[in-house]
Design a protein around this ligand. Structure first.
Ligand code: ADE
Length: 355
């Protein structure tokens, strides 16, 4: 694991390569547009507590020394990533986050830089942790809280899909909570990027090209030395869609399968498809072998049943989900991100799973 104390660049070359450039446009009092470049590197942050650890990365809380703003910095170990042939995932995560830079429900990437040993992704800090942890603490969530979190999740999924991104690994561990207990979707390393229609060149395009969202100038990604093996990605067993298991193909509706699994899980504390091992979980998924507890609210049951369908083309669309009676009274759009969070409470009619 790379240690934050060790991350100061040891040569001028690395100090230069390590600095990320952010272009900011500002309009002065006379209405003139000024282009400002902001460079950030390891030395511009104070590193703090560890927020999470994965096999290739560690997420650490950090403070911008100048602005005192707090961030979460994902530190990725370059040698390990290259050795384990995970370069593609790192690049995908960066390109995807750059594409999805402007939604309140998605973790935003502010800067990327590197030193000899590590890559650094400077992200929004989500200080209240994972939705998964909240669910474990409460056991279940009541209908009002489930509506609230699922409406936000759906809004974030709609934004991703409209920007040509399929997440492919949605699960309560990848849904973080900000200081106001609103969601921030994270972990785009296994996302699928769909090609977008090329926009016509516009007069106000960034002249430097440095904030281009996709591969032309990967300032702090690693260049793969050899072609990586075809991906054997399957996501997380409990949320994997049947089309991925049967045809090794994921589509936008695969995220809506995971959305159905998450809605089920929030209301009853366990995902619909769970067995003692991955193989048995996969068997349950491809046979659509799941049951609702008797106390499951009937309106939610109708929604879940119309999402957990083996044929992805038969699943409800995002617009149909928004119009479903489960979400009656919910105002989608900006209002979702400004209204107060409901009081967090479990579903008293469904027994929480034993810990
Ligand atoms: N753990 C992983 N990513 C995080 C983030 N952006 N904020 C807080 N904790 C995290």
């Amino acid at each position: 694991m790379p240690h934050p104390m060790r991350t100061r660049s040891t040569s001028d070359e690395w100090a230069d390569r390590g600095a990320a450039v952010q272009i900011q446009r500002e309009t002065d009092a006379n209405g003139n547009v000024q282009i400002k470049t902001i460079k950030k590197g390891v030395k511009d942050f104070t590193f703090g507590r560890t927020l999470g650890e994965g096999s290739f990365s560690t997420v650490v809380a950090a403070t911008d020394r100048q602005t005192l703003r707090e961030y979460a910095i994902k530190i990725l170990d370059k040698r390990h990533i290259i050795k384990e042939k995970k370069v593609k995932y790192v690049n995908v995560e960066k390109y995807t986050l750059n594409r999805l830079g402007n939604h309140p429900g998605i973790v935003r990437l502010y800067y990327t830089f590197q030193d000899e040993r590590s890559l650094y992704f400077v992200l929004d800090l989500a200080p209240k942790g994972e939705l998964f942890t909240l669910l474990k603490k409460l056991g279940t969530l009541n209908v009002e809280c489930t509506q609230y979190y699922c409406a936000q999740l759906l809004d974030a999924i709609e934004y991703m899909h409209n920007h040509g991104v399929i997440h492919r690994d949605l699960k309560p561990e990848n849904i973080l909570l900000d200081e106001n207990m609103r969601i921030k979707v994270t972990d785009f390393g296994t996302a699928k990027l769909l090609s977008l229609p090329k926009p016509a060149p516009s007069a106000d395009a960034d002249p430097s090209g440095t904030d281009a969202s996709e591969p032309s100038t990967p300032t702090s990604t690693i260049t793969p030395i050899e072609e990586e093996r075809a991906s054997s990605f399957v996501g997380t067993a409990e949320y994997v869609s049947p089309e991925l298991l049967n045809d090794k193909s994921a589509c936008k509706a695969s995220d809506l399968w995971a959305f159905g699994c998450i809605l089920f899980q929030l209301l009853c504390g366990r995902p619909p498809f769970k067995a003692n091992n991955e193989y048995q979980t996969f068997q349950k998924i491809i046979k659509l072998d799941y049951t609702f507890p008797p106390e499951f609210p009937p309106v939610a049951k109708d929604l879940v049943a119309n999402l957990l369908l083996l044929d992805p083309s038969k699943r409800l669309t995002i617009d149909q989900i928004k119009a479903h009676p489960f979400f009656s009274g919910i105002e989608f759009g900006l209002a979702l991100w400004t209204r107060p969070t409901p009081r967090l409470a479990p579903n008293s009619s469904i027994p929480a799973p034993s810990k």
